[in-house]
Design a protein around this ligand. Structure first.
Ligand SMILES: [Zn+2]
Length: 216
């Protein structure tokens, strides 16, 4: 449990760092809601929800954009995507944590799954090379499209993750608060490509998106 706790805390701080990034395009001109990436929804192995029309890269979208694969039943916050935009891998492919978990259901236990997830998210850490990473994982909590309750791992995570989810939310909130107050090093460092760390007191407009579209 101790190792799981350490990993969950590290993942929470990693998401907090991404949440504090500010892209130069915000605020965007009125009516411009282009998320600058593509989403692909795939069928969920737990609840059976599938994509509305296809599971390939959406048509009529530039092929050089980052592609994020999510479960058809989950929703990731737009702000959580800033790490992808900052990564400097325009044509990279990414998975949500839930998709990763779905593809690694044979991993022996929670510790093994979290350790594998942690490794797949390290591309987002400071001073980490943004080199080729196959199916990198987006360091972001998720939620069901029918719920406002978030979970750091999956909309279908078992009860054995409840305590870790509570810990994750507390650590993430504390890290974001500390970053906004300038009392933490999590938002420090040189500006990343296309984004910059938030400044204390800076007002951050937020846009929301769903797979396949974006909404103000
Ligand atoms: Zn599902």
């Amino acid at each position: 449990m101790r190792e799981e706790t350490t990993i969950a805390e590290r993942m929470a701080r990693r998401e907090a760092r991404a949440l504090l990034l500010v892209p130069p395009s915000i605020p965007a001109p009125p009516g411009v809601l282009d998320p600058q990436m593509s989403f692909r929804a795939v069928r969920c192995p737990w609840c059976g929800v599938g994509p509305a029309c296809h599971d390939e890269r959406p048509p009529n979208e530039p092929p050089d954009r980052p592609l994020v694969t999510v479960l058809a039943c989950e929703w990731l916050a737009n702000r959580a995507m800033l790490a992808v935009l900052a990564a400097g891998r325009p044509a990279g492919s990414y998975l949500s944590r839930a998709v990763f978990a779905a593809r690694h259901r044979t991993l022996g236990n929670a510790t093994d799954l979290l350790a594998a997830l942690d490794a797949a998210e390290r591309w987002a850490d400071p001073l980490t090379s943004a080199g080729a990473v196959r199916d990198a994982v987006v360091p972001a909590a998720t939620r069901s499209t029918h719920s406002v309750v978030s979970h750091f791992l999956s909309p279908h995570a078992g009860r054995e993750f409840d305590d870790l989810n509570t810990l994750y939310a507390r650590v993430r909130l504390g890290a974001v608060r500390a970053g906004l107050g300038g009392r933490s090093g999590i938002a420090q460092g040189p500006p990343e490509r296309g984004c910059h760390p938030v400044e204390p007191g800076e007002i951050i407009p937020i846009r929301y998106s769903t797979p396949g579209g974006a909404h103000a």
